[in-house]
Design a protein around this ligand. Structure first.
Ligand SMILES: *[C@@H]1O[C@H](CO)[C@@H](O)[C@H](O)[C@H]1NC(C)=O
Ligand SMILES: *[C@@H]1O[C@H](CO)[C@@H](O)[C@H](O)[C@H]1NC(C)=O
Ligand SMILES: *[C@@H]1O[C@H](CO)[C@@H](O)[C@H](O)[C@H]1NC(C)=O
Length: 442
């Protein structure tokens, strides 16, 4: 039975639920009352995230989050080291008392080297299950999503990028993938935004990359991925990861260059050199601008090309066919969870009224001001991300799931935005088949 539950959670398609029900009836001869109990789990979600917080006694702590409008007292959430259908003992259990929630488990996730990830969806290490009366009703695992878009091409194909809910990373290049704990300095505390390199981000399911490029004519590499004025790593490293991913999947990736913080000067010659370099490196994958944001995914797939490069400078976009008008970044520049909510609520409400063909990215992070950084008032980007990432996930699965386009977060594995995006792309498609959109209970 669990296998079917897992299959339903992992694979798309309107028929799976009915297949699951039929299998229940045939194999387990379940009674009517159990069937109605299973209906309780149609809107339920239970997932695992990895906290970005690092300290001397905490690194990669696994957290369990859930959403279940029909939870009952006595239900149990359990964490397992392997597939719970194999009758393994849980490592940790918890009795939820609210419909939405998150709990720390004090259990550390293994460090997962990029080499261990494959281009097939995998469950990595831990599993979580929702149990009622000792029976597993819903399961999930820490998983990769290397093919999620192309696997759903039958319904994503007719959509434009603007119509898809896409997970993204903010300042994608400012990552630090390190096995042990890191003792942050004041600088790294406010510079590092991700825990996974670009290839891993893409394998986990990210499709929108937010790239800042610095030009350093006195270095051998010349082009660097930056976070503001801080030089993080050669752009070549990032490009190599993107190429590896594109060579092994059919996914569409947006490589959106948003700032040129250093070394570009006033005239356009350096920009043209950068575009020449991108063309030389990525030529076989670049979708020409002539396709444009109004193309649907089927049209892009049929081109045989998979990479959209956005460029935040109209003078360059106007003259070069390899770069597109960049995605609109929607920044709130806010410092509290409440203000972030207000910002996102405003942009998502507006998105339902004004449809633009250029995609937009909700920038779902807090922004420290200079004094916050100098005085370390907000505790660093890791702590700030931990504070909001589950709220973002909850909001985007219970309030803005119909309007969402790109949502870019810090420390992506500390949020459930990837599985939320995939789940809601499926549900939007299912709802579109009905004449009315089902109201979503929170
Ligand atoms: C990664 O792969 C290596 C080599 O196969 C293996 O020994 C190691 O246990 C793997 N790590 C994890 C966390 O799975
Ligand atoms: C632009 O800058 C480059 C060097 O950075 C210089 O060689 C070129 O003459 C400049 N072009 C214009 C039109 O100013
Ligand atoms: C954010 O999430 C936490 C934990 O689930 C919750 O207690 C809090 O009320 C949420 N804040 C907002 C503004 O929604």
């Amino acid at each position: 039975m669990l296998k079917h539950a897992l299959g339903y959670a992992m694979r798309p398609g309107p028929n799976l639920f009915s297949i699951t029900i039929i299998l229940f009836l045939v194999k387990d001869s379940l009674s009517r009352s159990v069937e109605s109990a299973d209906y309780d789990f149609e809107e339920a979600h239970v997932g695992l995230i990895i906290s970005p917080v690092v300290s001397s006694n905490e690194v990669r702590q696994i957290e369990v989050y859930w959403r279940n409008p029909n939870f009952r007292s006595g239900d149990v959430i359990a964490l397992f080291a392997s597939d719970p259908s194999e009758n393994v003992q849980p490592l940790w259990t918890y009795t939820p008392k609210t419909r939405n929630g998150i709990q720390k488990t004090r259990i550390e996730a293994d460090f997962m080297p990029t080499e261990n990830l494959t281009f097939q969806q995998q469950c990595l290490t831990h599993y979580v299950a929702w149990l009622r009366n000792g029976i597993i009703k819903k399961t999930n695992c820490l998983k990769t999503r290397p093919n999620w878009m192309h696997d759903r091409r039958h319904f994503l194909g007719p959509l434009r990028i603007r119509d898809v809910f896409l997970p993204g990373t903010h300042d994608s290049v400012a990552y630090s993938k390190i096995p042990g704990s890191i003792y942050d300095t004041l600088v790294t505390k406010y510079v590092i935004t991700q825990d996974e390199d670009i290839l891993s981000q893409l394998i986990y399911g990210v499709r929108y990359l937010d790239i800042r490029v610095g030009h350093y004519p006195n270095t051998e590499e010349l082009w660097w991925g930056n976070h503001g004025f801080v030089q993080i790593r050669p752009l070549q490293t990032v490009i190599n990861d993107v190429k590896t991913f594109l060579a092994n999947t059919q996914e569409i990736v947006i490589f959106d260059i948003h700032e040129f913080p250093i070394g570009f000067g006033k005239n356009l010659s350096i920009h043209h050199k950068l575009v020449n370099y991108l063309e030389k490196e990525l030529d076989e994958y670049i979708i020409p601008k002539s396709y444009g944001w109004s193309s649907n995914l089927d049209k892009i797939w049929s081109s045989g090309r998979k990479l959209i490069i956005g460029y935040d400078l109209q003078a360059i976009v106007a003259t070069r066919n390899s770069v597109w008008t960049c995605v609109t970044h929607q920044w709130g520049n806010v410092r509290t969870v409440g203000d972030l909510y207000a910002h996102l609520n405003k942009i998502e409400a507006r998105a339902l009224r004004f449809i633009n063909t250029v995609p937009r990215s909700a920038m779902a992070e807090l922004t420290p001001n200079t004094w916050d950084v100098i005085l370390d008032r907000l505790g660093g980007l890791r702590k700030m991300a931990e504070e909001i990432n589950i709220n973002i996930t909850t909001w985007y699965s219970t309030q803005w799931q119909h309007s969402a386009n790109i949502v870019a977060v810090d420390f992506i594995k500390g949020s459930g935005i990837i599985e939320t995006a995939i789940e809601w792309n499926e549900k939007r498609y299912q709802f579109a088949g009905n004449s009315t959109i089902s109201p979503v209970r929170i």
